[in-house]
Write a protein that binds this ligand. Structure first.
Ligand SMILES: Cc1cc2nc3c(=O)[nH]c(=O)nc-3n(C[C@H](O)[C@H](O)[C@H](O)COP(=O)(O)O)c2cc1C
Length: 371
């Protein structure tokens, strides 16, 4: 049967369908448990959560499902140069750099009628503390992006029986992940919604599509592959499996369901004509991510060298985002979403799961009948 793959066995799931984790408070316990309870692998993006919050989330998920699920973190969680620390700006930027960012965004804050924010407070990596909770609570699956894990961390995860899944945007990144012994590699195609998780070359130069990336990783590594980016239907899953993927990860289609933690207007936009146009932008967080094309994303294109490093740019933009939501100025926000959004149909996660399973099954049954 199409749904028995090396990964369904390894991850302890019925169908090779993963719900992509969403960082930045967009995941929900309800979505994760619904997907896992329906035979897939629910995923919770926790990179902005504190260790205590991650612990609580785990408790809530395990109360809602006894099935495996995936907790997700970002290995590299900031781009603030170490040289800033030497210049007395540890975890932040110089006043001079901050002034340049203010100038670039001044007109948007004026338009929203709000003052420019103060220089963001210093940010210090949270990853190590978050990782300690992962080791303590032992989710069945731990996925991560923006990097590889050290031998010692991989060892500790393995000893605790936690399956590891790393994201790659290029073949080089897939090879680097394989060298660390991960259990699966996500082929993260550039069609995908959200951030490009590149870690060896710039995200701008790591824009291989899912179709090619899946085949490259399948051909050049021995590690199971999960195709991600541009998949939202059973036909998409069938195509991914035909290309050699051992599972498919679906983000945007699950983000649009009632169960996700995205704002109602975000979901509405994903089902609207606005979803026909998406763009990769650094303007909203400092890292390159795909969302529905907005006026600010277009106006800020080419000015990237004046943005603050991730995640200080997110902090800088947060009051503007809040004001834009209050004033319903949707063209001032980047609503995350992938290129596949215009064909989304399901608003309930359970219905989406059932439809994915039925459609993929029908596709492979019809193929068998024809042969
Ligand atoms: C809003 C949003 C947030 C995301 N956050 C994360 C994250 O924190 N960690 C991660 O590994 N992937 C993250 N992703 C990627 C998804 O898990 C998934 O791989 C991707 O959305 C698949 O492509 P698709 O959107 O075309 O379905 C995010 C995607 C979106 C749309």
């Amino acid at each position: 049967m199409w749904y028995n793959t090396i990964l369904t066995k390894k991850l302890g799931i019925e169908y090779p369908i993963l719900q992509g984790p969403f960082g930045g408070n967009l995941s929900s316990v309800e979505l994760v448990s619904t997907v896992s309870n329906n035979g897939g692998l629910g995923g919770f993006g926790a990179y902005t959560n504190t260790p205590q919050e991650i612990y609580d989330i785990h408790q809530q998920i395990t109360a809602a499902t006894s099935k495996p699920y995936n907790l997700n973190l970002w290995v590299s969680d900031h781009d603030i140069p170490q040289s800033n620390a030497n210049a007395g700006n540890a975890g932040t930027v110089s006043d001079e750099q901050y002034e340049k960012t203010k100038q670039i965004f001044q007109s948007h804050f004026d338009e929203a009628g709000i003052p420019l924010p103060p220089k963001p407070a210093p940010f210090h990596s949270r990853f190590e503390n978050q990782l300690q909770v992962i080791l303590d609570i032992r989710p069945k699956v731990f996925s991560f992006m923006f990097g590889t894990l050290s031998d010692s961390i991989m060892d500790q995860l393995r000893k605790r029986g936690i399956a590891t899944v790393g994201a790659a945007t290029t073949l080089d990144e897939a090879l680097a992940l394989e060298a660390t012994g991960v259990d699966a590699i996500i082929a993260s195609g550039f069609e995908a919604g959200g951030h490009r998780p590149s870690f060896l070359a710039s995200a701008e130069s790591s824009t291989t599509g899912t179709f090619v990336l899946t085949q490259l990783i399948k051909d050049k590594t021995k590690t199971p592959v999960i195709a991600a980016g541009g998949i939202a239907t059973g036909h998409g899953i069938a195509a991914a499996l035909a290309l050699g993927a051992d599972a498919a990860q679906i983000g945007t289609a699950f983000l649009a369901t009632d169960e996700s933690n995205a704002l109602p207007i975000h979901k509405q936009m994903l089902f609207s004509d606005a979803a026909k146009y998406t763009t990769l932008s650094r303007a909203f967080t400092g890292r390159l991510g795909r969302g529905l094309t907005s006026r600010i994303a277009k106006e800020q294109l080419g000015k990237e060298h004046h943005f603050l490093p991730f995640p200080l740019q997110t902090t800088f933009m947060s009051s503007l985002r809040k004001a834009a939501i209050e004033q319903e100025k949707w063209d001032m926000i980047l609503f995350w979403g992938g290129q596949i959004a215009p064909i989304l149909k399901h608003r309930k996660a359970k219905e989406l799961m059932q439809s994915l399973i039925e459609e993929t099954s029908t596709y492979f049954n019809d193929l068998k009948k024809q042969s």
